[in-house]
Design a protein around this ligand. Structure first.
Ligand SMILES: [Ca+2]
Ligand SMILES: [Ca+2]
Length: 261
């Protein structure tokens, strides 16, 4: 009898140990796994229905009943070239050519976006941009032919020959914005706070890129655009989307380790 009780206790004890180990491994693996939610490689237009649930909205709100920008579309402003690049040639002072992926409120406050892009012209900054926005908070990286700058940053700029391809990464961590150029941190700042009507638009939570103003004009090329809403990741924490894609889900990085404040 005593031997039976002893074996029973040992079994319970081992079960508890194994359960603790399994739960710990689940927590650790969840914390370490960082990956891109979406990688757009510009082999078809961003809004091409063949992309299925990976397609972007083309100059459109998530629900056009909420807000209708579709009248600003001009099908002639964008094309895919044989190299697998999206060429945006917004030479129309009354139309735009931008794309967005819309998420729910609270989903993009800690997120990461990256693009390989070049900018040949940009009349007003917003005509070639990479943007993460949530309600009234706008983090827009303006890409000029000879510099990059945050919309919200009063003209502080980083000189770069953006007529050639460079990899730009944009991250937000609630109220902190950071930009990287070819893997190097070059700018930090805070979101630009817009007033009405954006304030109170709980549905306005997006990753966006392209030519974003009617009156502006700009010409740009986009080799790829990627984002993840899983967290705020520097290039060392989450590698470039294409190498990761080719390697499957290998990129185990130290997810959610924030930049030092
Ligand atoms: Ca325009
Ligand atoms: Ca491409």
């Amino acid at each position: 009898m005593c031997a039976y009780v002893s074996r029973f206790r040992t079994t319970i004890f081992l079960s508890c140990i194994l359960t603790v180990v399994a739960v710990s491994l689940m927590v650790v693996s969840k914390g370490l796994a960082a990956s891109w939610d979406l990688v757009y490689e510009a082999n078809v237009l961003p809004h091409d229905e063949r992309l299925g649930d990976k397609a972007w909205k083309w100059c459109a709100a998530p629900d056009n009943k909420l807000y209708d920008w579709t009248g600003s579309r001009n099908p002639k402003l964008q094309e895919i070239n044989p190299e697998g690049e999206l060429h945006v040639n917004d030479n129309d002072p009354k139309k735009t050519a931008w794309w967005a992926r819309w998420l729910e409120k609270g989903e993009v406050e800690e997120s990461t976006m990256e693009a390989r892009v070049k900018s040949l012209s940009n009349s007003n900054g917003l005509a070639v941009q990479l943007r993460i926005a949530y309600q009234e908070n706008f983090v827009a990286l303006l890409i000029y032919p000879d510099n990059i700058q945050f919309w919200q940053d009063g003209g502080r700029q980083i000189k770069a020959d953006m007529k050639q391809y460079h990899i730009l990464r944009l991250t937000v961590d609630k109220k902190k914005a950071t930009a990287y150029l070819d893997g190097q941190k070059v700018l930090d700042g805070a979101p630009k706070i817009l007033e009405n009507p954006f304030k109170g638009w709980s549905w306005f939570n997006q990753f966006m890129f392209g030519a974003g103003t009617n009156d502006g004009t700009g010409e740009s090329y986009w080799d790829y655009v990627a984002y993840t809403a899983e967290g705020t990741f520097s290039p060392s924490q989450l590698g470039d989307p294409l190498s990761i894609k080719s390697a499957g889900k290998l990129p185990i990085t130290w997810a959610r380790i924030k930049e030092s404040k």
